[in-house]
Design a protein around this ligand. Sequence first.
Ligand SMILES: [Mn+2]
Length: 363
Amino acid sequence: MPREASESSGQAKTATVSRRSDRFLAGLEDFHGVTLVSHVHPDPDSLGSMVGLAHLIETCVGIPVQITQDGPICRAENKAMVQTLDLNLTPIEDIDWTDGNAVVMVDSQPKTGRHSFNGEANIYAVIDHHQTPGDVDGIPFLDIRRGVGATCSLVTRYLNEQEISIPEHVATCLFHGIETELSGYPREASAVDDSSLQLLYPLIDRDAIAKIKNAPLPEMFYETLLQGLQSSFIYDKLLLSWINELPNPELCSQCVEFLIRHEGIQWAMCAGVHDNRMVLSVRTNQTRAQAGEILRQVVQKMGGRAGGHDRRAGGFIPLPSTSSNAIEQVQSEFRRRVLKVLKMEETRGRRLVSRGEMLRNMQ
Ligand SMILES: [Mn+2]
């Protein structure tokens, strides 16, 4: 597994030939085309990385590039990004994996349970920044830098190394991808992220970004948030929120981003039921908390998959059925395991909003 390596200085001739972008592009010369893939429910970092790499490959190698979409994009801001920046995405199920195209995976790694396709055999490259390790054996090109905040920052670095101009819509995608990954406090930013933001800022469409960030929210967002608030429980420094009817899996992360702002809280977790799964989203404001690894430890023993970063993680646990009994059993096992791994005492949770308060508000 490659660890973060020092950046080449670009001064000497030897540094030039060892640049990552040179090696990445050189390996693509034998292919007729490239298929870019990312994780399921692609987010701005996935989308921006694919748009940036497509521009890099089309400019430097001159072969066609397809940008794919694995699963629906549900989050309002991410839908707005696709529309506002007019992204041309091919559904992953329409891809012909046998056509000899190079497959480049961004913002995720193979066999982490974050993909719905079986094109793993053709993977030429993985460019990612997640902590969650995948099966990368035999993949010719790897650039996995866990210390970097966004995959878009790595792609921006490649574009800069190759000294090609970055059109406005490409710069805007990359900038928005980096900014969304660095949101929250503390920032999970490295020097590569900040230098990429600086490089891109003069090139972006700032109105487009404002439009994306302020995308209209569907009514179900407020219904889900209310459900989440009404079933939020505090255990020590952990806030756990249960949503029994999650209209789309990405609403969990939107709720948990709001809940982690609670003044006494260090960890917030939201678990919602969607399609025979308990979808999980985790945030922490603790540095080096390894949220992705913690969630992975918890759900692996329950037959689920999870991964992420230091402060942010996501995953799911399969449900034997969606009867309230089955859901409650999985909830209590999840709670027990989480409290244990966070070394918090298993006490009775305190409701964030008391039942009396909820009833009074109904009148
Ligand atoms: Mn990312």
